[in-house]
Design a protein around this ligand. Structure first.
Ligand SMILES: Cc1cc2nc3c(=O)[nH]c(=O)nc-3n(C[C@H](O)[C@H](O)[C@H](O)COP(=O)(O)OP(=O)(O)OC[C@H]3O[C@@H](n4cnc5c(N)ncnc54)[C@H](O)[C@@H]3O)c2cc1C
Ligand SMILES: NC(=O)c1ccc[n+]([C@@H]2O[C@H](COP(=O)([O-])OP(=O)(O)OC[C@H]3O[C@@H](n4cnc5c(N)ncnc54)[C@H](O)[C@@H]3O)[C@@H](O)[C@H]2O)c1
Length: 455
């Protein structure tokens, strides 16, 4: 027998639960299908656990720097990884349990645990059950990409999921990839006491950013003892007595105890039965949607990481808002209306909004840049955290703010001053004339807007 709903949501990540509650609130009968853990990547194996562990690593780092602040810490600073994990687990469980109770207490939402697979455009199989609805929302997220590297199948490399369960810091952690995931783990485990080597095949870290950001992150982490092998290809991997050996294309072998693979993500669309539908995917497996997040099949939407339009929690949540406002709020929203925004959670973090200088120049803007090192930000010197810089990108002809990089203490928060200004269309002149609170990092935003120079 086929069970009929008003809406089926596949995946309980960052868009699905909020959408389920909103649709149910509008009187619709909704089923949310989750095959593993509610909260998806962000809550269980992404943002929440990593930021909890970054906080532990920060404390270890600051304890080692205590003397800089006139504070004595007797004896060596040591890290108990089991307690770091337990603390992280409590935070994750509280978040996941809160989500579960909320959904269970929401009238009109049925929670169904199991793997969902399309049988046809509007029919879903979950085990023996068959479900149908005029509206289906796909929010299946992604997972770590495992590269095709000889020998990798002979060991069990760590991923962003399994590395979170370690009760001991590796003696020597080798990380394949030098992107966002790699850098957050590299700094964190270095601070937990591991030797860390990062193998990145590009010739600089964070190649989507301007070069000054790559330089700061490289200096920051190298200064803490992370070893970088840039412009280097791994040729094979083998089990060794010590743990793992990575042989580079040059023939050199790097010996470590653990290997973390952090070379990008793949969408969870390969086991969704899409071949039984008219829903298209691109060559990487991302579901093709228009900017309103509608797929090629009428009445089917794709939200979050699986549509390839963003790989962040906030882009997934924004996808939910777009779809829900279009369906229920009489709005006409699309992904075209949102600005690029994200942070890299090294310590200090890098907050990013809008365009980099390179993006703006490539888009044909006449670019003005205002920039200041964190060594000249009084809040940063007072805190003793002077790594990084603040940078704002402005269009010379229109006075529009195009983008910003705030790489330094509080950068993930401060960048919102610029993000909101870009979204609201506030000009550089108007923002320059705003009085900000002293002493903050944000108080320097008006100042640097008064010191713009051609890029
Ligand atoms: C280590 C790490 C750190 C990160 N840090 C940040 C950060 O600081 N800030 C940030 O914004 N982003 C961060 N991200 C990215 C962020 O976690 C993801 O972009 C976000 O969680 C994607 O949300 P989503 O809703 O698309 O999917 P997900 O959260 O991945 O949820 C998808 C859900 O669908 C379920 N599912 C999949 N297939 C099926 C199926 N066939 N049937 C039923 N259920 C299914 C999955 O089990 C999962 O629960 C991080 C990612 C990682 C890996
Ligand atoms: N703070 C955050 O918001 C945050 C944190 C972590 C992850 N994320 C999300 O997760 C996504 C994926 O992160 P990621 O770090 O896995 O991917 P990424 O695409 O950011 O970085 C992957 C890196 O690995 C390198 N690489 C690829 N293949 C390689 C190989 N065989 N050998 C060596 N290097 C190789 C690439 O050149 C690249 O620098 C990010 O794009 C981001 O959207 C967000």
């Amino acid at each position: 027998m086929i069970e009929t709903f008003d809406a089926i949501i596949i995946g309980g990540g960052q868009a699905g639960p909020a959408l389920a509650a909103r649709l149910a609130g509008a009187g619709q009968k909704v089923v949310l299908i989750e095959r593993h853990l509610l909260g998806g990547t962000c809550v269980n194996t992404g943002c929440t656990p990593t930021k909890a562990m970054v906080a532990s690593a920060h404390v270890a780092h600051m304890a080692r720097r205590a003397d800089d602040y006139g504070v004595s810490v007797d004896g060596l600073v040591s890290v108990d990884m089991r307690r770091v994990r337990v603390r992280k687990d409590h935070i994750v469980e509280a978040s996941r349990d809160g989500l579960k109770s909320w959904l269970e207490g929401t009238d009109g939402v049925d929670l169904l645990f199991g793997h969902a697979r399309f049988v046809s455009d509007h029919e879903i199989a979950v085990g023996e059950r068959r479900l149908t609805a005029p509206k289906i929302f796909i929010n299946v997220g992604g997972r770590a990409r495992i590269p095709d590297l000889p020998g990798l199948d002979q060991i069990t490399p760590l991923t962003n999921s399994s590395i979170l369960e370690l009760d001991q810091a590796p003696d020597h952690l080798i990380i394949l990839g030098g992107g966002y995931i790699a850098l957050e783990f590299a700094q964190m485990f270095r601070r937990f006491g591991s030797a860390v080597t990062v193998i990145e095949h590009g010739d600089r870290l964070l190649k989507r950013e301007d070069e000054d950001a790559s330089e700061v992150v490289t200096e920051l982490l190298a200064g803490e003892g992370v070893v970088f092998r840039l412009g280097t290809e791994a040729a094979s991997v083998a089990k060794t007595d010590e743990g793992v050996g990575v042989t580079l294309k040059s023939g050199e072998m790097i010996a470590g105890t653990h290997l973390l693979v952090a070379v990008g993500r793949v969408p969870n669309t390969d086991d969704l039965g899409l071949e039984a539908t008219g829903i298209s995917t691109d060559k990487h497996g991302y579901i093709v949607t228009n900017p309103r997040l509608e797929t090629d099949v009428e009445g089917v939407w794709a939200l979050g990481e699986c549509n390839g339009r963003g790989a962040f929690t906030h882009t997934s949540y924004n996808d939910y808002e777009i779809v829900a406002d279009n369906l229920l709020g009489g709005a006409s929203r699309s992904t075209k209306d949102r600005q690029t925004a994200y942070a890299l959670y090294t310590d200090p973090p890098m907050g990013r909004a809008g365009m980099s200088v390179a993006d703006a120049q490539a888009a044909g803007h006449a670019v003005l840049v205002g920039k200041r090192p964190m060594t000249r930000v009084s809040r940063a010197t007072e805190k003793g955290e002077t790594t990084g810089f603040m940078k704002v990108v402005v269009d010379a002809n229109t006075d529009a703010i195009l983008g910003a990089t705030i790489f330094g203490v509080g950068g993930d928060e401060v960048v919102h001053v610029l993000l909101d200004a870009i979204q609201a269309g506030t000009t550089a002149t108007a923002l320059r004339q705003t009085m900000h609170i002293h002493p903050t990092v944000a108080e320097l935003v008006p100042t640097i807007l008064g010191e713009l120079e051609p890029a």
